[in-house]
Design a binder for this molecule. Sequence first.
Ligand SMILES: NC(=O)c1ccc[n+]([C@@H]2O[C@H](COP(=O)([O-])OP(=O)(O)OC[C@H]3O[C@@H](n4cnc5c(N)ncnc54)[C@H](OP(=O)(O)O)[C@@H]3O)[C@@H](O)[C@H]2O)c1
Length: 348
Amino acid sequence: MTLRVDRRLLLQGGSALAIATLLPGCATSRGWSPNPALISDVPRSDYGFATTCDDVAAGYDLSGKTILITGCNSGLGYESMRTLASRGAHVIGTARTLEKAEQACSSVEGQTTPLVCELTDMDSVAACAIATDELLNNSNKHLDVLMCNAGIMALPKLEQVDVNGVTLEKQFVVNHLGHYLLTRNLLPQVEAATGRVVMLSSTGYSLAPAEGIQFDNLSAAVKYKSFSAYGQTKLSNALFADEVARRYANTGLTSNSVHPGIVATNLGRYMSSKPRDPNKPLRKGFKNPAQGAATQVYVAIDSRLAGVTGYYFEDCNPSAMTGPHAENEALALKLWNVSAQLVKPWLS
Ligand SMILES: NC(=O)c1ccc[n+]([C@@H]2O[C@H](COP(=O)([O-])OP(=O)(O)OC[C@H]3O[C@@H](n4cnc5c(N)ncnc54)[C@H](OP(=O)(O)O)[C@@H]3O)[C@@H](O)[C@H]2O)c1
């Protein structure tokens, strides 16, 4: 008998309701649990809004662990690298240029390796995966955590990138497609480590267009809307994390997505009002970067989450995504296939 847990029931109604669905005859058809033997419930933490990444990492000895973080030179990526390296992890920190990666890596304590990963350039992404492979192979290690963190938000004017002759909207390429390629090429290393994929999503997924992902308008040439385009990419991040979870069910590899909160970082650089400006006093309801990085660090290392896969986390706890596309398996599968086609020349 295949046991299935409806994770929306689990998250909204608590474990009793969810476990009730395990009873014969109660299995749901739309819920899924990749590994019911490992997951009978998703542990909840006492952490919350104000918890910092340092709180979450306190007490952990991450010696021997290797963690790759994209966008290590700013905001949440930098904070994640700082705290994880301080606990003994070897952090491979990637940035758009080697100079930026080197500067960020050299400014934190602990073992770090800077690498270039320009997410609009699939040659660069593929080269980053190869360099990571070599680093790991040379040290007889595998990849314990792949943290797909880098991102851009709400470019005021449409910007496009050419990927293998196909014109695509830039946020889609940076936030989703580049990370798709990096993840696909590094999944064998994550699987070998029984590691974790951590994908930065956002509640901004709810701003995605009505159809979720506009596969017939990935260039956004028709009616570009900056936040809708961002929402599409953040929905893509969550759906991709789910799809990885499904494909790697029963391997021990886990894949989850994260909303960090509204955090004062450089993410708002393209917005004229600069609401997130890290140099201004923290606005009510906003987190500072150390608080913002708590959830992604929690999902990356907390021992209670071993085997927990296919979930979306906020404030260091699982959270139910809402809306018509939140757990749309068909959309996730289509995204996987369309993305694979787009980056086919670079897939290893
Ligand atoms: N801050 C929030 O309120 C918030 C809320 C929800 C979700 N998130 C998500 O959290 C993640 C981290 O954002 P953040 O707040 O830390 O923003 P951030 O401070 O602006 O950092 C973004 C990072 O992404 C890098 N990046 C941008 N374009 C890139 C490209 N083409 N190739 C490679 N790297 C690139 C940036 O590099 P450069 O500095 O060189 O541009 C930077 O390192 C993003 O995925 C974002 O969507 C943030």
